[in-house]
Ligand binder design. Structure first.
Ligand SMILES: [Zn+2]
Length: 386
């Protein structure tokens, strides 16, 4: 029988990992969470001879931290990614029965981001097959809850420190050096409830919200486009959920708008809140009867590094060595855990597979990318850790 290739082994791992449902239970109440897939990964890490710690970030939602201890003279590196996946509503393929066609593995989480997790394991396998012994620690972090509140990464960065990190979120083999942040906000306008016929008594909270929506409209079309970032474009704002009123014949006493303001590097939640507070102040000045308040529900910062940052340069060189192609640097669309890792003073870069369908109805990963990603990371780790 022919010997199993690296790609065969990585494909087997990925098939298993996709078939273990790990839907984030905070996104979908039917989700089982990360425990089963964490146990599967932990066992592979033990089989690879690593020191493995599995600990809960919330009840039955464990992180897996696996360390290949170096001799102590080298720099350390953290290779990390999330084990949770989003829900499967409206998927048009069987989400947890992975199938392979034309070099692509289909299933929920194949692309976002179990392919990236397997690439991390693959990097260790490549290095072990070469008989390599690290000088610095190689730390693998398989974390929970990226798709909801990032409990896993928040906890990991308290547990481990490293001299650099590679986050293997899908990046189509480009080197991800930036992404935007976001602020989630709620504005409530207040009216006075009254019978629909009583115009001198009633105050219409929905009409007042119209003024807020007018500001949102102008902010999005006229104000935010004035400030752009070379990789990330501009900040943006969009309505999320609008709620108010009780029916035809009643003046509504309350209307709420939940919305999101996506931010550029160096913009904080407080800065966003200030912009909106000022807008509400202007509305109050125009009409003393306009009553509203605003709440900053949640925010996360943007992430930005440069091609000159040592770990980014090292990864770029590794990419060139392995593929004989120059690396491409790019921004990522959505918010990722990279912001939290970088905030914990760990220089961070994003590098992962190609594929499509993150959070969508058909999801797949390019299997060849999983292997290539593993080889590039192995090369980078070897140079970085010594
Ligand atoms: Zn992801």
């Amino acid at each position: 029988m022919a010997k199993k290739t690296l790609l065969d082994t990585l494909t087997d791992y990925l098939k298993q990992m996709v078939s273990i449902e790990s839907v984030n239970p905070d996104i979908s109440s039917k989700g089982s969470g990360e425990a089963a897939v964490a146990q599967y990964i932990a066992q592979i890490c033990r089989d690879l001879g690593l020191s493995v710690e599995v600990y809960d970030t919330a009840p039955n939602r464990p992180n897996v931290i696996a360390i290949w201890h170096g001799t102590g003279e080298g720099k350390s590196i953290l290779l990390t990614g999330h084990t949770d996946v989003v829900g499967v509503e409206n998927m048009t393929i069987p989400p947890f029965e992975p199938t392979i066609k034309d070099g692509r593995l289909y299933g929920r989480g194949s692309f976002d981001m179990k392919g990236g997790l397997v690439a991390i394991l693959g990097a260790v396998m490549v290095l072990q097959s070469e008989g390599y012994q690290p000088k610095g620690d190689i730390i693998l972090g398989f974390v929970t809850d990226e798709e909801f509140a990032s409990l896993g990464t928040e906890s990991m960065v308290k547990h481990v420190q490293a001299d650099a990190a590679i986050l293997t979120e899908p990046s189509s083999l480009k080197i991800g050096i930036a992404h935007r942040g976001f602020a989630a906000l709620t504005i409530t306008t207040y009216g006075v409830a009254a019978h629909g016929s009583l115009y001198d008594e009633g105050r219409d909270a929905v009409r007042y919200m119209g003024r807020v929506l007018d500001i949102l409209d102008r902010m999005e079309s006229d104000v935010l486009p004035l400030n752009t970032h070379p990789l990330l474009g501009r900040s943006s704002v969009h309505g999320g959920l609008l709620n108010g009123g009780v029916g035809y014949s009643t003046y509504p006493d309350q209307c709420t708008l939940t919305f999101e303001h996506r931010t550029l590097p160096n913009e904080t939640g407080d800065m966003v809140l200030e912009i909106w507070e000022a807008a509400l102040d202007r509305l109050r000045e125009k009409d003393p009867e306009f009553k509203a308040d605003i709440k900053l529900d949640f925010w996360r910062s943007a992430f930005e590094t440069t091609p000159e940052e040592p770990i980014v340069r090292q990864l770029g060189e590794a990419f060139q060595t392995v593929t004989n192609q120059p690396p491409q640097y790019d921004a990522m669309f959505g918010w990722l855990d990279s912001a939290l890792i970088a905030e914990a003073s760990i220089p961070t870069v994003i590098f992962g597979t190609g594929g499509a369908g993150a959070h969508a109805t058909v999801e797949y990963v390019e299997l060849a990318d999983v292997e290539l990603c593993a080889k590039v990371m192995a090369q980078c780790v070897k140079e970085w850790v010594g």
